[in-house]
Design a protein around this ligand. Structure first.
Ligand SMILES: Cc1cc2nc3c(=O)[nH]c(=O)nc-3n(C[C@H](O)[C@H](O)[C@H](O)COP(=O)(O)OP(=O)(O)OC[C@H]3O[C@@H](n4cnc5c(N)ncnc54)[C@H](O)[C@@H]3O)c2cc1C
Length: 429
């Protein structure tokens, strides 16, 4: 079945917009910025996605279930490259943040909602990787989510606590045997209705951040009640609303006991915000490539529309903004990888250095979400009706770009963090 209900773009242009051509366009643009190793990993991911799309006859149409694909990508090691995963004997090469950027580019061009689904899984992977303590149930859960046996999800947000994530209302009550009982409501948790494993935060005392704890939950346990919240901007993703009712968490599933939850929440923030920024950059590239191909082929007034300044100059501006921000993000990723290597892993980067990176990660999250919002919309606009209809991934990109300034902390919260960093700089004078 075709992706679209009715073909609105002519055969020649639609064919030119195929995944292989879009990858070739992308590669030409990013080649000057990346090393040969990075380029070859990007091409490796692209080759897999191209073969996958062809062999499975994937059209990216409305009836396809993207969750059915996760195990195939997991087997190839394309769900997360943030870590080497030595504990699982996976020993990924390459790994770390720069490799993540290459992986994300390849996957976003294949399907932006797939990349977001993996991104939310990574939010469950990171705390498990950091706090498995070689306990078998945790290693088993980590293996499931890294290798694609199941997506994963993270439960931070609550109906009444969104931006204010450290004053939670979901409670955890420690029992005499060391197990915990969880009670409360969570919401907007990407992948939750499809996940076998969830990582959740709760507190021993409502509204007290210093009493937060972090838990691994098997979603087949009694007390886990999950419904889907439908987000029309990302119609293939399953976002959850959960009621935790006397949900019993055995002590070996406690990733961080009372008092450790808030630190665990903050320790992953740099990498997680950079990963969302990465996702946003990839959305911008994907839409520029669509518009770049389309505007060089589409003729009006007997000329390719690219020749008209209103189209060509705007596309040039979007391209320049995306390329330069990508350069910046790439530099951050390379430097972060060097820091992690120098200190023996990202969790060993000294806190004083980590703290300075938090504000930079917020700057990237802010700038890249804004980039995605503007570039996807404007590139779609340059394609006229072709950018708005269902014939290409362009409308998926416009849609998904609408939610980027909320997920992973809103635009205003990023600016609040950045403003605080400015005040800290002033205090050093
Ligand atoms: C598609 C989607 C996927 C998501 N995935 C996950 C997930 O996987 N896991 C998870 O835990 N959560 C997830 N979230 C939740 C997301 O992190 C929250 O929606 C976000 O943090 C904002 O919280 P809120 O929706 O309660 O808005 P609120 O916090 O109520 O904010 C409403 C408005 O007020 C502004 N505001 C709030 N406080 C301030 C302030 N101090 N200064 C200035 N402005 C302020 C906000 O910027 C926003 O514009 C997801 C959300 C969406 C939409």
């Amino acid at each position: 079945m075709a992706k679209f209900e009715t073909q609105a773009i002519n055969d020649e242009i639609l064919e030119k917009l195929n995944l292989e051509n879009r990858y070739n366009f992308l590669n030409t643009c990013v080649r000057p910025m990346v090393s040969s190793d990075e380029m070859s990993f990007l091409k490796q991911v692209e080759k897999f996605c191209l073969n996958y799309e062809n062999s499975k006859n994937i059209t990216h149409g409305p009836d396809e279930d993207i969750y059915e694909w996760i195990s195939d990508f997991g087997k190839e090691g394309y769900i997360s490259r943030a870590h080497k995963f030595e504990v699982l004997d996976l020993n990924y090469d390459p790994y770390e943040l720069t490799a993540e950027l290459m992986r994300a580019l390849g996957l976003c061009f294949f399907d932006p909602q797939v990349l977001m689904m993996f991104g939310a899984t990574i939010l469950a992977i990171n705390p498990l990787e950091a706090h498995h303590e070689n306990i078998p149930v945790r290693i088993g859960a980590l293996r499931d989510v890294v290798t694609g046996n199941s997506p994963g999800c993270i439960l931070i947000t609550e109906p009444e606590r969104g931006s204010d994530a450290t004053h939670q209302l979901t409670t955890c009550e420690e029992q005499s045997d060391g197990n915990f009982l969880l009670n409360g409501d969570k919401i907007f948790n990407t992948n939750a209705p499809k996940s076998k494993w969830a990582v959740a935060y709760a507190t021993a005392e409502k509204n007290v951040g210093s009493k937060m704890a972090q838990f691994l939950i098997d979603t087949s346990w009694d007390g886990w009640n999950c419904k889907r919240v439908y987000i029309p901007w990302a119609p293939k993703l399953y976002i959850g609303s959960e009621k935790l009712e006397n949900l019993r968490v055995p002590k070996e599933y406690v990733l961080g006991g009372i008092g450790k939850g808030r630190d665990h929440l903050f320790e992953g923030l740099v990498v997680e915000r950079i990963m969302i920024a990465t996702q946003n950059i990839c959305e911008a590239w994907n839409s520029i490539v669509h518009a770049g191909i389309y505007s060089n082929m589409r003729k009006q007034f007997d000329q390719p529309i690219m020749r008209f300044q209103g189209v060509g100059m705007l596309l040039a501006e979007l391209f320049a903004r995306t390329q330069t921000i990508t350069y910046g993000l790439l530099k951050f990723c390379v430097d972060y990888d060097k820091l992690a290597e120098k200190y023996g892993g990202e969790h060993s980067i000294p806190p004083n250095i980590s703290r300075t990176l938090v504000a930079i990660a917020s700057q990237f999250k802010y700038a890249c979400a804004d980039l995605s919002k503007n570039v996807c919309y404007e590139a779609g606009n340059l394609m006229g009706g072709a950018g708005l209809c269902d014939n290409t991934l362009m409308h998926d990109l416009i849609n998904i770009s609408r939610i980027q300034e909320i997920v992973g902390g809103s635009r205003q919260i990023q600016l609040y963090i950045i403003a605080n960093a400015l005040s800290s700089v002033f205090k050093t004078l």
